[in-house]
Design a protein around this ligand. Structure first.
Ligand SMILES: Cc1cc2nc3c(=O)[nH]c(=O)nc-3n(C[C@H](O)[C@H](O)[C@H](O)COP(=O)(O)OP(=O)(O)OC[C@H]3O[C@@H](n4cnc5c(N)ncnc54)[C@H](O)[C@@H]3O)c2cc1C
Length: 387
């Protein structure tokens, strides 16, 4: 058992997700006095999800979507441990890592994202490329591209999931392969979703706009396709429909890692950590959670926008908790902006009943994404009222 070098309280941040990078940024500007801060995360650089489709489409270099989590940890005087958490005893306040280490903590915060829910596929899950965890997605797409480069015959990629992530992936892959295969065999993209309609969380105008773009790019949409098997030759739906595919990308549903179920933390039916309005675990006051892994008091979809918005409140609450002060509430917004890129330099904006599209929406999205990542680079400033 490794224990803290001093008797000061230990706060462990697990995962460098969208909320924790903000916590680290704020602690870098105003250190958390009297506490040993530790960041446990899998990789030194962590992706910003909004920018990932633009990288896949070839509009941005990979580094434009990556936040330097290791650099942030250093600036926040946090001890960085590059490892995966694989177990937790919430009552004993012990975190288990994949290198065999056990870490004791006084406070802990989880921001580890989620995985795709592939339970319906059973053993066939091994045959698909999962879109989440998002931290390995760019490498998985690179590997797919390399495998497709050598092909002589036309190929089909099926993207499963007709929410914003699936739709953006279908468009960006289409754009990537259309550009890369101008002199080679054509690449077809098929978008299959269990929902009878495309983008069920968006308004009707946005759906129409996206459907028009899909048709224009020759991307086939299969609504109501409840994929239940995935073998070497493609996908089959519960109703017997089949679609031939050389590769399948799974971008639907969200699941939590299994080790949380055995942690003693109160979790919802999906295995996500139940938190109150202050982002504190409902069962263990020493544990906080934000982002996809948290089951919020007011349920919201698993989208990066909520992890980003939770970041400032989480930072304040971790500081207030350490100082014995009352905690603040995080109230997730009821309407949020979806910016859906469509492969080319074009995007559709969706918020409540509002839908807009054009090259300028794409420029706007690109600007937001690039600025977001830059915010975490060395030397980026911070307003004094933000700490
Ligand atoms: C293609 C695609 C596009 C998307 N686009 C958008 C978008 O435009 N807008 C939007 O709102 N949402 C989008 N999403 C959803 C978004 O990716 C997630 O909701 C968001 O990343 C969740 O953020 P998070 O902070 O919870 O975790 P993540 O961003 O997933 O970060 C998790 C962090 O924890 C680390 N980690 C994970 N497990 C462990 C472990 N066991 N031990 C240690 N470290 C660990 C990871 O390395 C990573 O640093 C998109 C998703 C996909 C797949």
């Amino acid at each position: 058992m490794r224990s803290a070098p001093s008797r000061r309280p230990v706060l462990i941040l697990v995962g460098a997700g969208h909320a924790h990078v903000e916590v680290l940024r704020r602690f870098a500007h105003r250190p958390l006095a009297g506490t040993d801060l530790v960041l446990v995360t899998r990789a030194a650089r962590t992706p910003y999800s909004g920018a990932v489709p633009l990288v896949i489409a070839g509009h941005l270099p990979p580094e434009a979507a990556l936040i330097d989590a290791a650099g942030l940890a250093a600036r926040a005087s946090a001890r960085l441990i590059l490892a995966s958490a694989i177990g937790l005893d919430a009552s004993a306040r012990t975190l288990h890592l994949d290198d065999g280490t056990r870490l004791r903590f006084d406070q802990m915060s989880l921001d580890i994202g989620s995985m795709p829910d592939m339970a319906a596929l059973g053993r066939d899950a091994a045959a698909v490329i999962p879109a989440k965890p998002i931290d390995g997605l760019l490498a998985r797409i690179e590997a797919l591209s390399a495998a497709m480069r050598g092909r002589e015959a036309p190929a089909t990629i099926a993207v499963v999931g007709s929410g914003p992530a699936g739709v953006e992936l279908a468009f960006s892959l289409d754009h990537r392969f259309a550009a890369g295969h101008r002199r080679g065999p054509p690449m077809r993209i098929v978008l299959a979703g269990r929902s009878p309609i495309l983008l069920p969380g968006c308004n009707a105008d946005t759906r129409r706009r996206i459907e028009r773009r899909l048709a224009r790019r020759g991307i086939r949409h299969l609504p109501g396709f409840d994929a239940v098997t995935c073998r070497g030759d493609g996908l089959r739906a519960a109703d017997g429909r089949a679609v031939a595919a050389d590769a399948v990308i799974w971008a639907t549903g969200s699941a939590a890692p299994g080790w949380l179920a055995a942690s003693g933390l109160a979790c919802d039916a999906g295995g996500f950590v139940l938190v109150d309005e202050t982002l504190r675990s409902r069962s263990h006051p020493s544990v906080f959670a934000a982002g996809d892994i948290a089951a919020l008091a007011t349920p919201r979809p698993k989208a990066g926008v909520f992890a980003v918005r939770a970041g400032p409140v989480l930072a304040q609450n971790l500081r207030r908790e350490a100082g014995g002060q009352a905690l603040r509430s995080y109230r997730p917004q009821a309407r949020w902006l979806n910016l859906i890129s469509t492969g080319e330099r074009h995007a559709v904006a969706d918020r409540g009943p509002l839908s807009l599209e054009g090259g300028w929406v794409w420029q706007w999205k690109r600007w937001i994404d690039v600025l977001f990542v830059r915010r975490y680079a060395r030397g980026a400033g911070i307003d004094q009222d933000q700490v």
